[in-house]
Design a binder for this molecule. Structure first.
Ligand code: NDP
Length: 250
C-alpha cells in the first residue's frame, strides 16, 4: 500500500477543535508534518503535545484567518520548521445561524469574514509557493449548506456556496495554467464538534442541537476522507466529497 501522506507538510486552519483537530491527529499518525493554526493557542499546544507524544510531528501558531499577516506567518512557520509546504486545509469556520428576519447583521459580517475572507487569505498565502513549485493541495471545508438551501442558514450557506464556486474555479484554472494545484472541497453534514457553540439565536440553537443529537457523527470521519484524498497519486484529483451520518437525510 502506498503512503503519499508521509512527510507531507500540511497546514491546518481551525486546528484547535473538531474537524481540524481530528484531521491533524490522523494525518500526523500517518506521517504528515502538521502545522496547526487557530486563535486558541493553549488548545493548539495541547494537541501538538499529544501528537508529539504519539510519535508525530506538529508545530503551531496563533492564527486569526481574517488577518492576512497571520496567514502569511503560518506559511512561513511551515517553511521554517519543515522546509516546504505541500498542502493547506482551509477549515476554520463559524456557524452563528439564524433567520434573516432576526437581522443579526454583525454575525453575517463575521461569517463572511471568517468563512470567506479566511479562505481567500489562506489561498493567497500559499499560492505563490504552490505556483512556483508546480504542486500543492488546497482543501476547503464547505458544508452540505453549500450545496443545498436550508432555512436559517441563508448567510452561513452563502459563505459555503462561495467556497464551492471558488474552489471549482481554482481547480479549473490550475489545470489550464499547468500548475498542478489540486483542490478538494468537503461538504460535511452533522459532525459533532464545537461548531454549535457559535450560535446565539435560541430557536436556531435548539433546532440544530436536535439534529446533531439525532444524527451527529465524530469528526474523525472527515479526517479519514481528507487522508484518502491525500493518499492519491500526484496526477489524480478527487475534488468533492459530501460526507455525513448515514442516518441523516440532510
Ligand atoms: P469547531 O467549532 O469545533 O472548529 C472550528 C475551528 O475554527 C476552531 O478550531 C476555531 O478555533 C477555528 N476558528 C474560528 N474562527 C477562527 C478565526 N477567525 N481564525 C482562525 N481559526 C478560527 O467546528 P468544526 O470542526 O465543525 O468546524 C470546522 C469547519 O467545518 C467549519 O468551516 C465549519 O463550517 C465546517 N462544517 C462543520 C460541520 C459540522 O457539522 N460540524 C458541517 C459542515 C461544515 P479558535 O476558536 O481557537 O480560533
Amino acid at each position: 500500500m502506498t503512503n503519499n501522506i508521509k512527510d507531507k507538510v500540511v497546514i491546518i486552519t481551525g486546528a484547535s477543535s473538531g474537524i481540524g483537530e481530528a484531521t491533524a491527529k490522523l494525518l500526523a499518525a500517518k506521517g504528515a508534518k502538521v502545522v496547526l493554526g487557530a486563535r486558541r493557542e493553549d488548545k493548539l499546544k495541547a494537541i501538538a503535545d499529544n501528537i508529539a507524544k504519539a510519535g508525530g510531528q506538529a508545530v503551531y501558531q496563533a492564527l486569526d484567518v481574517t488577518r492576512q499577516d497571520d496567514n502569511d506567518a503560518i506559511v512561513k512557520l511551515a517553511k521554517d520548521s519543515f522546509g516546504k509546504v505541500d498542502a493547506i486545509l482551509l477549515n476554520a469556520g463559524i456557524m452563528p445561524v439564524s433567520n434573516v428576519s432576526a437581522l443579526k447583521t454583525s454575525e453575517w459580517k463575521q461569517m463572511v469574514d471568517v468563512n470567506i475572507n479566511g479562505v481567500l487569505n489562506g489561498v493567497a498565502a500559499v499560492m505563490p509557493i504552490f505556483t512556483a513549485q508546480k504542486s500543492g493541495h488546497i482543501l476547503a471545508v464547505s458544508s452540505v449548506a453549500g450545496i443545498k438551501a436550508y432555512p436559517g442558514t441563508a448567510v452561513y450557506g452563502g459563505t459555503k456556496w462561495f467556497v464551492r464556486d471558488f474552489m471549482e474555479c481554482l481547480r479549473m484554472e490550475s489545470a489550464m495554467e499547468g500548475t498542478n494545484i489540486r483542490t478538494v472541497t468537503l461538504y460535511p453534514a452533522a459532525i459533532n464538534t464545537e461548531l454549535l457553540t457559535t450560535i446565539t439565536d435560541e430557536g436556531a440553537a435548539q433546532g440544530m442541537a436536535g439534529i446533531y443529537t439525532a444524527f451527529g457523527i465524530a469528526p474523525d470521519r472527515i479526517a479519514q476522507v481528507v487522508a484518502f484524498a491525500f493518499d492519491l497519486p500526484e496526477d489524480t484529483t478527487v475534488n468533492e466529497f459530501t460526507v455525513g451520518p448515514a442516518k441523516q437525510p440532510w
